[in-house]
Design a protein around this ligand. Structure first.
Ligand SMILES: [Zn+2]
Length: 339
């Protein structure tokens, strides 16, 4: 084992044996925004053997204030976050195998994403994906670590299926769309990201080295601006919980996926074909170049039409910026991508 991890090995609770376990671990990181980028960096530096990073978005200048892995050239080149994260991690620690997956997490791919992973760590920014993750992880018996941050406050808890409460034991119903503040409406400062991410990642390390007694066993809440910390000790799972108590996986078993989703607070709509496709981006750019100014890279095509900006990914998804109206976005998709 190389000297890179010597200080971590000196830390008795990890030690040589724990380091060996970390090197042989595989972690799924869902969402690579502010929390996700921070998790990714810490996990990669700690020597997690395999990291699977999934994210649907690309790097923008507004991300750089808090999303530590990314740099100006990533925003300039419109790199997908999963790819930019993989590139940066390779510079930090070339040992972990990093899989960068550019995709929207939904019930058609979540099973495949979780497969073979020892742990799932939450870096998403929305409850739809978290409830889906909760269903999938409980069903498959995979530990996952919930984390959320906005403004100056954040929350985290660690979910070990059937041993601790799951997300639905605590928050039975998903909050209504638009009812919670988001980073795009309430803003966010980086220190809360660092605290929530650090709390999630240290729990991940404990789980991966098998030190379950040291887990915090709580719903943790922090507000770094008002100097508030709360720790609500959790008991066992709730027998009445739909998910872990009754085994009803509403989100995982939902019939159909929404074709489109308003990206909360971003004045943008995502259009996703029900089944992911494999678009020929160069051909699409070729078709478009006569009517609009197109930018293309290996991962996406981007162009502007009037006040709208459209980004199309290889899996057939598109993000239409400049509107929160689904039908406008759909008609843009139909006109320029075709469906
Ligand atoms: Zn539950």
């Amino acid at each position: 084992m190389n000297e890179r991890y010597s200080r971590q090995i000196l830390f008795r609770e990890i030690g040589r044996e724990g380091q060996e376990k970390l090197l042989n671990s595989r972690v799924l990181l869902v969402g690579c925004g502010a929390l996700g980028a921070s998790h990714a960096e810490m996990l990669a530096r700690a020597g997690i053997g395999k990291l699977r990073i999934v994210d649907r978005d690309f790097v923008e200048y507004t991300n750089l204030q808090r999303q530590t892995l990314f740099k100006e050239s990533d925003a300039e080149n419109r790199l997908p976050k999963a790819v930019a994260a993989r590139n940066r991690i390779a510079e930090i620690n070339s040992e972990p195998q990093v899989e960068a997956i550019i995709a929207d997490v939904n019930n058609s791919n979540i099973g495949q994403l979780i497969a073979g992973c020892d742990l799932v760590i939450d870096g998403t920014d929305n409850f739809q994906v978290r409830y889906l993750l909760n269903d999938a992880c409980v069903k498959n018996g995979v530990t996952w670590i919930y984390g959320a941050a906005v403004s100056s406050y954040g929350t985290t808890m660690t979910i070990i299926p059937h041993k601790t409460p799951c997300l639905r034991c605590i928050f039975d119903e998903m909050p209504d769309a638009g009812s919670s503040p988001t980073c795009d409406t309430a803003g966010v400062i980086m220190p809360i990201i660092a605290i929530v991410s650090a709390t999630q990642v240290v729990e991940a390390l404990k789980v991966l080295v098998g030190d379950f007694d040291s887990l915090h066993g709580s719903l943790m809440h922090f507000d770094v601006w008002s100097n508030d910390r709360q720790r609500i000790k959790l008991g066992g799972p709730n027998a009445d919980c739909k998910c872990c108590g009754q085994g009803v996986y509403e989100f995982l078993d939902a019939e159909s996926q929404e074709f489109s989703a308003v990206l909360c607070g971003r004045n943008a709509v995502q259009i996703a074909p029900p089944r992911s496709a494999e678009l020929d981006l160069a051909a699409l750019a070729d078709r478009l170049k006569f009517s609009v100014a197109v930018r293309v890279n290996e991962y996406l095509v981007r162009f502007a039409v009037g006040e709208y900006e459209m980004t199309v990914f290889r899996d057939g998804r598109a993000i239409v910026k400049g509107t929160d109206d689904v039908s406008t976005a759909r008609s843009m998709y139909a006109r320029y991508v075709g469906s």
